[in-house]
Design a protein around this ligand. Structure first.
Ligand SMILES: *Cc1c(COP(=O)(O)O)cnc(C)c1O
Length: 395
């Protein structure tokens, strides 16, 4: 570990990281500088849709890099147009703006809703969001997030984000006033602990927002792009939101994000919105490769089946170890522990051997699973076996 331990001092400290360096990835496996293999159920934080270094992404990057990397955001390029067309053809939305990160796409959604409010709702600007929600790390998206403590770290906050309780339609109704322009939510709260919205709640939200003449924004940065077994999680409720944001899975590992909206909502004028890398062909070419794979016949049905399989295996594990069950949607799931051992299990899973296991604990009593969407049953079995051992043994 010596050779790089000193070098990490040149990185700004933001979080404790394990003392190892990852050098290579393939499918569900990552390899560190000692050659140790890790079964990866984090996958770049629900990002690597097709696993590590899938051939179609490597090929798309190489082909596009040899052709055109950056014509400038002031010009059209082929991949940008093709990917927007594919997203429109496979969703309820009419237009797309590309960005680089989820936070940036959400900033765009907030700006679009506020602009729409200025034009059509007498200057209404408030966006109702939810306790324990996560929308990103810019100042506005931190203010929109319902993460405890985030209201004070970088105070003052960006104003205009009243918080409601999740899955509680009366709480939303009570917050709607003359200044309200939209409601924004994650169809599955990811960072908050993998909590799916009830389809009935999503339907009631759509009804309520329509009745009150305000917008419904879905943040599908984590839940979108096949993660829940449908291309987009709003489909489970059969509703038509007004605005959607995507990131994480759409790039399969590269920085790509998107803001989608229905035609009536699109009201940006020149100068309102932009970004140097928006729609750059290197990233959008990857987005096309990812989306085409998700749209291949049978792919999403496999995600659904694998999600059910993972759920079943987690329930067995829960019963065997006296845990509190599991929850989630598709291949975004959490095992609910009976105590606060999450971080300790994550550490032992990483350090154990001969092979390590990469898991995440968004709350001390939860373990979160966000494998590649093409994870195999054999890899799920392997993970369950490793976790079984970790749950049986004490630190
Ligand atoms: C990760 C995440 C974001 C932020 O995305 P970044 O690419 O990290 O900016 C926003 N919303 C949700 C639901 C997320 O899971």
């Amino acid at each position: 570990m010596q050779y790089h331990a000193a070098n990490t001092d040149s990185l700004m400290f933001i979080t404790p990281r394990p003392d190892l360096v990852f050098e290579r990835g393939e499918g569900s496996w990552l390899y560190d500088h000692n050659g140790k293999a890790y079964l990866d159920f984090i996958q770049g934080w629900a990002v690597n849709t097709l696993g590590h270094c899938p051939p179609e992404i490597a090929a798309a990057l190489a082909a596009q890099a040899g052709k055109l990397i950056n014509p400038s955001p002031a010009f059209y390029n082929g991949p940008m147009i093709e990917l927007a067309g594919l997203l429109i053809a496979n969703s309820v939305f009419d237009r797309v703006f590309f960005a680089n990160t989820g936070a940036e796409a959400n900033e765009g959604a907030i700006k679009l809703a506020r602009k729409w409010g200025r034009l059509h709702k007498d200057g209404a600007y408030e966006i109702i969001t939810f306790n324990h929600s996560f929308h990103g790390r810019t100042l506005a998206t931190m203010s929109a997030s319902g993460k405890p403590g985030w209201d004070t770290i970088y105070a003052p906050q960006v104003a205009g984000f009243p918080k409601a309780s999740y899955n509680d339609i009366a709480a939303v109704d009570a917050l709607i006033g003359a200044k309200t322009v939209a409601v924004m939510l994650e169809p599955v709260q990811g960072e908050g602990g993998v909590i799916p919205a009830d389809p009935a709640f999503m339907q009631a939200l759509r009804e309520l927002t329509t009745k009150r003449g305000i917008l419904l924004i879905v943040d599908e940065v984590q839940s979108g792009m096949g993660r829940t077994g449908k291309l987009f999680a709003y489909e489970h409720a059969g509703i038509t939101p007004d605005i959607m944001t995507l990131a994480k899975g759409i790039g399969g590992g590269v920085p790509l994000a998107a803001l989608l909206a229905r035609e009536e909502i699109c009201c940006f004028e020149p100068g309102d919105q932009g970004g140097t890398y928006n729609g750059n062909p290197l990233m959008t070419a990857v987005g096309i490769a990812v989306l085409k794979r998700l749209l291949a016949p049978g792919f999403l049905a496999e995600v659904e089946a694998r999600g059910q399989y993972l759920s079943k295996r987690l329930l067995e594990l829960s019963a065997r170890h006296g845990l509190k069950g599991e929850r989630g949607s598709g291949l975004l799931r959490a095992l609910i522990l009976a105590d606060e051992r999450g971080p300790e299990i994550v550490r032992r899973a990483l350090e154990g051997g001969p092979k390590g296991l990469l898991l995440n604990s968004p709350r001390p009593n939860l373990l979160r699973f966000m494998p590649a969407l093409n994870v195999s049953e054999g890899e799920i079995d392997l993970m369950i076996g490793m976790l079984d051992g970790l749950l049986s043994s004490q630190p």
